[in-house]
Structure formats: C-alpha cells, structure tokens
Design a protein around this ligand. Structure first.
Ligand SMILES: [Zn+2]
Ligand SMILES: [Zn+2]
Length: 346
C-alpha cells in the first residue's frame, strides 16, 4: 500500500509499505477512506515533535471502514464506518479513569498514531486499543462531515469544555485556523454572551463571518482595546489561544480580565515566556494543551443532529497520489487553504 512517511530532517515521501496486520487482541485494521493534513504534521516535518519516529507513516485525522478486529475488541466490527481518534488509550489506567486520556500510561497511549506508530495518510492503518480509539459514524453522516472528529474537533470540544464557559461570558478565541474554527463551533454550543475571534488573515475572518453569524471578528492589531470595548469586566472572561505564535501567546494573557481562564491549545515551535511581574495580581488560571480526545461519540452525535458542521473547513480535495503537492500547498497556505480532504483510495 502507499503510505506518506516521515524520514526525519524535514523529509516526507509517499512510499510503498506492507498492509498492516493485527498485532494485539485489542487492535483493529481500518481501511482509510478519507484523511487530512494537520498543522501538527508540519511540526513533525520541522522537528518540533521530538517524539516523532523517523520511518513512521504520518496522518492522524482520518475516517474509514473496519477491515479486521482482534479477539478482545467489543465495540466495533468489520464493515463499521468509523472515525479514528488522534489518541490511543487503554481506558483503564489512573489517567484514563479521570478522562485525561492524553496522559494514558500505556506504551501506545496519547498521541501515537502518525507520530510514534504508523498513521492514516495511507490506504490502511492499524489502530491499537480499537475500543476506545474508534467511534462508529452514525448513519446519514458523511466521511467529510466526520473527518475532523478525532483530532481538531476533539480538540475544540475539549478546549470549550475545560474553559468553564458561562452564559454571561465574553469568550475570546485567538487564531482562526482549523483548530480555532473547530473550537469556535464547540464554544458556540455553550451559548456564551459574546464570542470574539481574532486572526491576522482576512480570508479566515470572512469564512467565520459567512458561517458563524453573530461572532465578532478582528485582527490582532488593537485587539486589547477591541476586547475591552466588547466585554463587561476589563477583558475577556475566557481566552482560548489557538494561534501558536509568540504574539498570540502574549495577547492571550493581555486580553484576559483578572481571574479569567486562559486555555492554551496551540502547539508552539519554541518556548514561550510569561512576564510574571507584569501579570502579578491578575490571578489568571492557565490550562495548557494536549487534547483529551474522549468525547468523539458525543461529537458524532452532535454532527448527526446538525449542531456541528465543519465541512466549510474543507477548501481543497486531493488523491493520496497527489499528497506531496497538497502538503506543499497546505504548508505554504496557498490558495486560501484551510483543510485538504485526501481520498486515500485514489
Ligand atoms: Zn492534528
Ligand atoms: Zn490509560
């Protein structure tokens, strides 16, 4: 089969590999039908994910059809259409029992697929812990509708959940890329008083204006004043930082009101610094990134009910045979690309 593989030192290539086989009773083999490229794949390429293992097939956003399951798999069977979770987790350790599946103690726990073990930018993928890592796609939900369930939508859902959003709150989302927009869709489910989305790119703000009416959009210049003018207590009650730049990290605490919750979702290419003397007395509550992707079943129910629709994020489509061009387009942010849907059968 064809598999888009990371070889270290910034090199990715579409190569031939054997179709994966079951290795453990809890494994499933999934025939991938649709996959996507994520900003985290760029981070792997550029060496900012030290755990990424050269030789690994990348890709951790995919849906497909179960081909085979091990003896110990109870929740899915061959023929089921499934969304694959970015995280594999045992469901039984201390961290899993608390819902902190990102920190699962299993050797394959956390973000392994497409990073430490072969992922889904390929025709087939082996998914360990299939009972927790696969969610059946409800009838009537298409592959495109379900595509982002296991990664960026799981991230947005988790970010909205841990941000403790109330009905009076002004929520500021920094970053209108794919994760920022998924976060926006999930924040809106909480019905906060006001939502502001900030991004430097006008085409992203246009997409938000078109699909999420009522959300205030703005660029980063003058953001602090903009937030002050649109919040009741001297800043945003909740800030969710999905931007991932030095600037967006600073804006996150600057735009927060005292005692706000600041949820940092972004993955940075370098260390960030908080100027604690300047922040002293603001008493902020920081929550930091690494999705706990344990709500995929609920996310799929919300998609089936028409409450979440992330299909507007799919701006480009390609075949697996064209992955190298598509990856370059995504990396260079050409042609207004937000997300690429990769047809892995072609
Ligand atoms: Zn991702
Ligand atoms: Zn666990």
């Amino acid at each position: 089969m064809r598999a888009y593989t990371y070889f270290g030192n910034g090199r990715l290539q579409l190569v031939d590999k054997p179709v994966p086989a079951l290795r453990d009773g809890k494994d499933a083999i999934v025939r991938v039908t649709l996959a996507s490229i994520c900003t985290s794949d760029l981070h792997i390429k550029h060496g900012s994910v030290p755990r990424a293992v050269p030789g690994t097939t990348i890709g951790h956003e995919m849906v497909g059809v179960v081909e085979a399951v091990g003896d110990g798999v109870k929740n899915v069977q061959p023929g089921d259409r499934v969304a694959v979770n970015v995280e594999t987790f045992c469901g039984e350790c201390f961290f899993c029992e608390h819902g902190w599946v990102n920190n699962c103690l299993d050797p394959d726990g956390g973000w392994a697929l497409g990073c430490r073990i072969d992922g889904g930018l390929a025709e087939y993928v082996r998914v360990p812990h299939a009972d927790t890592g696969l969610s059946r796609i409800p009838d009537g939900v298409s592959d495109e509708q379900a595509l982002f369930t296991g990664d960026i939508l799981a991230t947005g859902y988790w970010a909205a959940k841990i941000s403790e959003i109330g009905p009076e709150d002004t929520v500021l989302i920094i970053g209108g890329g794919p994760t920022g927009i998924c976060t926006l869709a999930c924040v809106l489910l909480k019905n906060p008083g006001r939502v502001i989305l900030c991004d430097r790119h006008p085409e992203r703000l246009e997409l938000v204006n078109r699909h999420y009416p009522g959300v205030l959009t703005t660029g980063p210049d003058g953001l602090e004043d903009f937030v002050l003018a649109h919040s009741a207590h001297g800043g945003a009650d909740r800030v969710i930082e999905c931007g991932g730049s030095d600037e967006s990290f600073q804006l996150a605490w600057q735009c927060a009101r005292p005692n706000a919750v600041v949820t940092v979702v972004a993955l940075y290419d370098r260390a960030q610094t908080l100027p604690l003397p300047e922040m002293y007395g603001k008493n902020l509550i920081f929550k930091t990134g690494g999705v706990d992707g344990c709500d995929c079943g609920e996310i799929l129910r919300l998609i089936a009910a028409g409450k979440i629709d992330t299909t507007p994020l799919i701006t480009h489509r390609c075949a697996l045979s064209g992955i190298e061009d598509a990856f370059e387009l995504f990396e260079q942010r050409r042609d207004g690309v937000i997300k690429v849907a990769v047809d892995t059968a072609r």
